[in-house]
Structure formats: structure tokens, C-alpha cells
Design a protein around this ligand. Sequence first.
Ligand SMILES: Cc1cc2nc3c(=O)[nH]c(=O)nc-3n(C[C@H](O)[C@H](O)[C@H](O)COP(=O)(O)OP(=O)(O)OC[C@H]3O[C@@H](n4cnc5c(N)ncnc54)[C@H](O)[C@@H]3O)c2cc1C
Length: 505
Amino acid sequence: MMYNVHAPRVLIAGGGLVGLSAALFLRRHGVATVLVERRPSTSPQPKARRVNIRTMELFGQLGIAEEVLDAARDLAEYQQFAAGPTLAQAERIPFTLPGGVPDWSTITPATACLCAQDLLEPVLRRIAVARGCDVRFGVEFADFVDFVDETDGITATIRAADGTVERLRADYLIAADGASSPIRERLGIPRDGRGTLGRAVNVYFRADLAGLVRGREFNLCQIENADAPGAFASVDGSQRWIFTTTEGVDRPTDEWPSVLRTAIGVPDIPIELVSVLPWEPGMFVAERYRVGRVFLAGDAAHVMPPFAAAGANTGIEDVHNLAWKLAAVLRDEADPTLLDTYHAERRPVGWYIADQSSIRTADLRSMNRESTDATPLADPIALILGNRYRAGAFIDDGSTHTMTHLDLTGQPGTRLPHRRLPDGRSTLDLIKTSFALLVGPAGTAWKADPALEIHELDQDWPETVGISPAGALLVRPDQIIAWRMPSLPPDPPAELHTALDRILR
Ligand SMILES: Cc1cc2nc3c(=O)[nH]c(=O)nc-3n(C[C@H](O)[C@H](O)[C@H](O)COP(=O)(O)OP(=O)(O)OC[C@H]3O[C@@H](n4cnc5c(N)ncnc54)[C@H](O)[C@@H]3O)c2cc1C
């Protein structure tokens, strides 16, 4: 047994999509991390596939969107839904959204994609290592005793597969250690929510179905067949597929090829079973996202059914929210109480998205239109882009906002609206690693402040975000609006500094 002492600023437990994203976001802010993942390699399961537009915006901020889209190229044409009695007979069904399918280019600069988790995790891991993050696979976050120390930081023990033990001290710990989070359990943080909502099984298999689905390529294909009900999901669009069903979850493994052939509708098609993974859709949200120097993120903080494809996406947004706050506190630019706003902001959003995921039906013909209970169903686009924080690191101006439809008009606590700039960039591209001030064309007086990045926008802009041509929007490094000043105050720099002091506590 060997002991070293090593001192990163932030320790990350868990190297799934959320832990790896945390390492990348913190790296962008210049924060040294150590990430430990107990598995020897990234996930062999392709579970999550939908990388939504908000996550792609965040990957855009990291400068990795192109690499992710490249990894997703196999499924670039597989965005549609299909349904039928067998895969061979299935037809495409229209994709509908309650408010109609929008002109995406007016909402976001990003492109959503389907990239199976077993392809995306290696991309994030490779980039994290290339950017100098200390990423250690095959290493377990082992010792939870006394790792919270309010004055000095965290002391943790990690153990490599060969038994080597190392003690680490860090200022903060991010628990991105998954749904059964040992760290959350150790801290005794209870969870609430709708609980377990059923049972399902993912049958992951290989079969050459490329010819069969040509011209009818699909993201999901619902099989409406009493002998083999379920849905196929494309993993690579040619050889790798997942069949998900809630029927026969406990069926012996050797019976699945026959069920798959019935669902495919080709009796003699060769099938290689890769894995059979039973799982339980459910909603569990941690009651506290922060205890002392420990922050829960991703599935450790919120588990939700996959029907809104939001679990990993929400987790990646968690750590994007947390990264700039940790960086600001570690640089002594903000009071440590800023970190309390992580729970205040992300817990209600996590709960809401998990709840919305729970009331969605898995039926592709009525998905996004029918709720399984009386809770109003949010437009999926609003669920992805349109959340508003209730309280936190921003100054609320009492403006109205609706969560069920996309309503981004410059309200503090919402994401900055996307708008194309004359040079082709998006307003979102103006936000780097620090706060930025976006002012209208008559906002010259704001420029007296040399300490802040200030961008002047054209004359159509102010109206879009509820300010006069002399007004300003203060935007956080995570592209969330922190403060809105509708008109020019008598002393703009003084007002701005008062606002920043309030936000950074
Ligand atoms: C069928 C299905 C489809 C889905 N589809 C989507 C989708 O389309 N879009 C989407 O956003 N989400 C989707 N999800 C949800 C998504 O898979 C999860 O939300 C996401 O993977 C959670 O990521 P995570 O990093 O928080 O946790 P995990 O992926 O569980 O990673 C946690 C990691 O922590 C490690 N760990 C645990 N304890 C320790 C320890 N003591 N020391 C070191 N390491 C440790 C584990 O080994 C694990 O690798 C889907 C889920 C399912 C089941």
C-alpha cells in the first residue's frame, strides 16, 4: 500500500457523461481536477443517444461540437419515428411538436444529434486527456470517511485496480457517481419524486438490418405486435440495435432471439445477442444537491425515465452551471456562498424535467401530446431551452415567464436568446469564461467600465430582450442572464458593480 498526497482543486467521482463533462468545463475555466472512474473503460452500453440542442450549445462553448457530430455521423439521417406490426412492415410516422416544428436556426446555433453513449463517452474522455485533465479509469473513490472538512477541504482515498491507495486533498468534490451514488448514500441525502414507474428491458443485439430499413431509417421504431411489443432504437443504423420492451422482462436470455425475429418480421435473420439489461424507469430527485464541499450532479442528483431523453443532458447542464461558480470561488472572485446557488438553481429544474419525463408516454404516436396524468405537458423545446431559475445567482426583475412553451425574452434566470450576428456568430458565442455585458446601440455610457467584456448589438436586439436601446443585459459565463437594466441609469458602472456584487455575493 502506498500513500501519495496530491492536491487538485476539484475531485470528480465518476467518469460517465456527466463526470467527463465536468472535467472539461472546469478545465475551460482553468481549474485543476482529478477524475476517478472505477470501471476500466467507458460504458459498453449505448443507453443514452439523444444529445439535445442545449448540450450541443455547451459542447460548442467547449469547442468540441464538431467532434461530437463526427462521432454521431452514422445516425445523422436517423432522426425520424416509425411504427408498424414488424420492423419489415413499419412506416415512418410524422414527428409532431405541440407548437409545430420550429425554424431551428432562429432558436439555436446548435444541431442536436443522436450519438450512442458508448461512442460519446470515449470522445469526451479523449478530449479531456488531450486538454490535460487528470482522468483515471480503473480507480475507485473508495473512502468516504471524513472527506468533508469545512475549513481545509476534502480528504479522499482512492484505490487503483492493483490495490494502490492514494490520498487526495481537494477543495471540492463533484459526485457524478451515478443513480446509486455511493457518495449520496454516504451523506444520507434522501430523494423524492414519483418513484419507480415500471419495469423494462433493453435487448442489445447485432444484426444486419441496413438493407431492411433503407429508405425508412429511424431513430425509434415502435412495434405494434401482441407477440413482440416494444421499440427498436438505432445504435449505428446498420449492425447495432436495441429492442426495448416492458413485456417479458424476466424472459430467459435464450428466448430473446426468437422474440426479436418476430418483431423484425424476418424469421431466419441471424442475430447476435450482446446483452440483456433489465432497468426500471423512475423519478428520484435528491433533496439536496450540496452538502458542505460536495455537489451531486447527473444521475446522482436526479434519475428520470428516458422518455424525454433528458437524463444525461440535464446532468451535463448541472456541471456547466457549477463549473464557473467553482472557478469564481477558487479564484476568490466570489464568496463561497455563491456555491449555494447551485442547489437553488438546479434542483427545481432537475425536479421539473424529471417530472415532465415521468408523465410522457412512450407511445411514439402520442408522444409529446398526451400526458399520463393531469400535469400540463411542456413543449419539449421549452423543456430543453426554456427553463427559468427560480432563485440564485441573478437579480430577478419580476418579469413573467412560462415553462410550458419556449419563452425566452431576456428574463433574468433564463438562457440568453440566440440571435445571428452580422459576422455569422451567435449571441451565445459572445459569452466566454467571464461575465459579459450586452448593450443596445445607444448604450455607449456602459463602455466606461473597462473591467468587463462589453458587446454592442444592433438596433433590433433591445426589443427582443425587453430593454431600450440604451439598456443592457448582464450575462453569466453559462449564458444565463444575470441582470437586466431596461434603460440607462445615472451612473452605469456603479449600478453594474452593485449588481455584480449582489450576484457574486
Ligand atoms: C434506455 C435509456 C435511454 C436513455 N436515453 C437517454 C438519452 O437519449 N438522452 C439522455 O440525456 N439521457 C438518456 N438516458 C439517461 C442517461 O443514460 C443517464 O442520465 C446518464 O448516463 C447519467 O450519466 P452520469 O454520468 O450521471 O452517470 P453514469 O453514467 O451512471 O456514470 C456514473 C459513473 O460513476 C462511476 N462510479 C460509481 N461509483 C464510483 C466510485 N466509488 N468510484 C469511481 N467511480 C464510480 C460508475 O462506474 C459510472 O461510470 C437514458 C437512459 C436509459 C436507461
